[in-house]
Design a protein around this ligand. Sequence first.
Ligand code: ATP
Length: 304
Amino acid sequence: MTPVTVRVPAKVNLQLSVGPRRDDGYHDLMTVFHSVSLFDEVTVRPADRASVRVTGQDASQVPTGRTNLAARAARALAAAVKRRQSGVQIEIRKRIPIAAGLAGGSADAAATLVACNELWQAGLTQAELSEIAAGLGSDVPFALLGGTAIGQGRGERLTAALAAGTYHWVLAFATGGLSTPDVYAACDRLRDAAPVAPPELSTGLMAALRSGDPAAVGLQLSNDLQPAAVSLRPDLRRALAAGEESGALGAIVSGSGPTCAFLAADARQAGELAVALTGAGVCRGVVRVQGPVPGAAVVAGEPG
Ligand code: ATP
C-alpha cells in the first residue's frame, strides 16, 4: 500500500452566534464557517503499530499519543469499517497554529479520515465520513467539506452557503493559545445568567456573501465569543484596532481566538495590511490567505 497524503485547510468563522448553555454543557450555535488557504498536511502509511509524528508549527505542543485527534480519527474509521488492524503511521506537517481558533486539530482529524479511507480502500462516502467526523468534534465535518457553510447544532450540522467571489484575509497569530472551553466559560460568565436568545443566521451576512462584495461582508462579520476572548487576552484589542486603523474592511477574533482575522479589499491591500500589522508589533506573525478553499483532499504525488 502506498502512502496517502491529504491537505486540509484552517477555518475562520464569519458569524459565530452562541445560544444559551445546554444541559449537556454545549451551546447551540449558528455559525458561518469559511475555509482559508492555510493548510496542514497529513500522510498515512501502513504500520504494525499506530504512531503519530508531528512537525512544523507548534509541533512540540501537539500530543502524539492516543489523544491526538488524528489518531482518534484513524481508530474511529477502523471501527466504523470493522477493520481489525488499525495500525497506521500518521505524519502531520502543521502550518495551522495550535489552540488558535483555526480548528487545526479538527482539520488533522478530517484529513486522517480522508487519508485512511483511501489507504484502506474503505469506500466510505462523504456523508458517511461526515457522520464519523461529527463524533470526533464539532468542527471536523466542516474541515471535510470546506468552502463557506452554515453550521448549526454544535456546528456539525452543515449546509453549504451561497457565496460569490474570493476573499483576501490577513491572519494575525498571537503568542500562546486559548482553550476553547475556557473561552466558552468566560462567555457564560460575561453573560451573567442574563437570558440569551436562540442563535439566528445573519441575513445581512448571507446577502453580503451572495453579492461577493468584501466591503459588505466586512461590515457583517460577528463573533459572540470575541468579548470573552478579549477578556482573557486584552492584548487582542490592540491587534484588532491596528487592523481597523490600517483599513481592514472587517476585523474579528477567529472562533475562540486568539488569532485575529482581517478582511482586505483585494490581494494588494492584504499585503499592505500584513506589513502594517507586522510593523505595529501587535502579533507574533501574520499570514495572507484566501477563502473559500475546498476541504480535506488527497494530494497527488509526493507531499511538499
Ligand atoms: P477550535 O477552533 O476547533 O476550537 P483550536 O483551533 O482553538 O480549535 P486546536 O489547534 O484544534 O485548537 O487544538 C485544541 C487542542 O487539541 C490542543 O490544545 C491539543 O492539545 C489538542 N489536539 C489534539 N490533536 C491535535 C492535533 N492534531 N493538532 C492540534 N491540536 C491537537
